[in-house]
Design a protein around this ligand. Sequence first.
Ligand code: HEC
Length: 295
Amino acid sequence: MTSYPWTLVVAVGSLLLIAFGPQSLESQCSAEVQGDTDFQGHADFGRDVRPLLQKHCYPCHSGDEVHGDVDFRLIISTDDVAGEFETWESVVKHLNDGTMPPADEPQPTLAEREPVLAWYLNLIQSVKARPAVLKPRRLSVIEYRNTLRSVFGFDLEVAIIEAEQTLAERSLVIKLLPTDPPGKSGFKNDTHANPLTTVVWDQYSYLIDAATEQLFSLASRPQLESFVGQIKGDRLSSVQASELLRKIVTRAWRRTLPTNQIERTLAKLDGKQDAALVDAVKFEIKAALMSPQFI
Ligand code: HEC
């Protein structure tokens, strides 16, 4: 068994599922699960766990009858078992608390529950830390545009010449970011399905550079002065630089932060002057706007 890649097993399994329906697949796959030696904790799933599920849980959690989004019959391969870690956690909790099966249903005996609990203990002890797919939440495109606007105080617009051809969309943010897929709820601000791809990441980087350049441009001087007061000559004083960074970072993170976190950011400007000071401010603004607190 060890030499077959799991994808193959799953693919073959799926074909069988289509051909013969779930019933016939079951016996075949419990053998797969039992035969696995990589995951000690999963090895006895077919022997220790499935019988109880079949007897007490399948009536409401498989096939046509699926309550609470839990279909135990779909948990077939070792990978499925491993991937359902949170389900097992709540299964064990239900068994211990006597909350599943519901009170008016026949309850599993202690002898039936014991192997499941032992299997679970074994499972949590055998699980090794594995890199998982990190799915950070990100703002929807519209939220991103609005938040960027409230941080900088202006909208980033498509360059004029281009805008004349495509007047319909003036926002550079909306033009550059990929359209959000509809979330499970169907609302645009349901961002659970929005992937944080490298494309999105690149565009964020570009948009923030564009916004900071615009903020420091001569044309936006009034905007910059609205953050820091009147600017003498064409350089920010270090007090003004700190003031600007503090305001932008506070707006960007959108929550009250421990003062030491802001102080740590402001400390990055220490000892810098003139062009180096402006560069440092731009860099810290970008760091804040590319951080998980912002996106
Ligand atoms: C008579 C039907 C019935 C049986 C039998 C049953 N359940 Fe449920 N189960 C439900 C219903 C209904 C829900 C949805 C409850 C809700 O959404 O509040 C549910 C939800 C769940 C959930 C998901 C929600 C949560 O609280 O975690 C889990 C896990 C679960 N059941 C486990 C089990 C297990 C394990 C068994 C067998 C030992 C079992 N159930 C037997 C009806 C049943």
